[in-house]
Design a protein around this ligand. Structure first.
Ligand code: ADP
Ligand code: ZN
Length: 222
């Protein structure tokens, strides 16, 4: 199963990817995480990446592709993966097509109001990148990662100025991918307007049934 997750920043795709990678036993490749790793290094490339990300803009296609190619050709990706955050424009989609055959594209959707709320409430683990939210997906102990006990923080690009830019970039560059993958016959919609804690189990079993070909659509859980 070579899955691709599409959707606006803040929609919740990364959170679901982290759940589904365990259920489906395939790795989760988040290009945001790959870039944040690279940005931690004090190298010219790392510093450049950091600047671009903080502004909410897209990192250069060639840099991104190189990082992705290195990751996706590792052994654990042989039987499949969840790709989250790539492609982000049509040029990247063209590169990806040459690199691997994606089997399903899940397009995650939520109302604009909810997206803004998710973005401004998101908190992330410094160490393992686990994602939480101040609304609807809180850690058990405030400010501490359930999985590894590390301190949680708000990403710099989750502050209001960068959020606005990221949503603009999404509308302009990433949204056209929905038509692209729909034309390829790979797209299915996943609507997630409810908090993860309320619908996770039901939604995950629907997604699983869909991927196994048992149902044709993923119904919204209300
Ligand atoms: P979100 O999707 O919630 O905005 P990510 O962690 O996926 O968060 O991405 C954070 C940032 O990393 C983006 O705003 C962008 O600067 C950069 N980025 C991630 N994926 C790509 C990509 N495929 N191409 C270019 N830049 C990317
Ligand atoms: Zn953690």
């Amino acid at each position: 199963m070579k899955l691709l997750f599409l959707g606006s920043p803040g929609v919740g795709k990364g959170t679901y990817a982290q759940v589904l990678m365990e259920v489906l036993e395939i790795p989760h490749i988040s290009t945001g995480d790959l870039l944040r790793e690279e940005a931690k290094r004090d190298t010219p490339l790392g510093n450049e990446i950091k600047k671009v990300m903080e502004k909410g803009e897209l990192v250069d296609d060639h840099v991104m592709l190189k990082l992705l190619e290195n990751r996706i050709t590792e052994d654990d990706c042989k039987n499949g993966f969840i790709l989250d955050g790539f492609p982000r424009n049509l040029v990247q989609a063209g590169y990806l097509k040459k690199l691997v055959d994606i089997t399903h594209v899940l397009n995650f959707k939520a109302d604009d109001k909810i997206i803004i709320q998710r973005l401004s409430g998101r908190i992330t683990c410094r160490k393992c990148s686990a994602i939480y939210n101040k609304v609807g997906n809180k850690p058990k102990v405030e400010g501490v990662c359930d999985k590894c006990g590390t301190e949680l923080f708000q990403r710099k690009d989750d502050k209001p100025e960068s959020v606005k830019k990221r949503l603009e970039v999404y509308k302009e560059k990433t949204k056209p991918l929905i038509d692209y993958y729909s034309d390829e016959g790979l797209l299915v919609e996943v609507v997630i307007n409810k908090n993860i804690s309320e619908i996770k189990d039901k939604l995950v079993s629907q997604i699983k049934a869909f991927l196994e070909g048992k149902i044709d659509e993923i119904e919204e859980i209300k």
